[in-house]
Design a protein. Sequence first.
Length: 105
Amino acid sequence: MELFLAMAPQGGQQQGGSMISTLIMFAAIFAIFYFMIIRPQQKKAKEREAMINALKKGDKIITTGGIHGTIAGLDDKTVLLDVGNNNKIKIEKSAIGQVISNKDK
């Protein structure tokens, strides 16, 4: 019992210093999470949004489901995709995984 009392902090300065170091540690952890996780995800989301906004008729794309096709028409939220032999399917713009080539290139 005496050992525990001897280990307890004495006075207000040690507790205040402990509180400041705890706050600094939490700030450091938040900064690490921001620069390692949050910021790269925001950057990737902006790039994806720019890719989707730049779509135009004639672009060749791959959907997130692996369907390859050429854009035959565009709406606000959907894309008409020509998948070959004049077969067309309507998909959401959010289902587009990547643009393979642009018509202009």
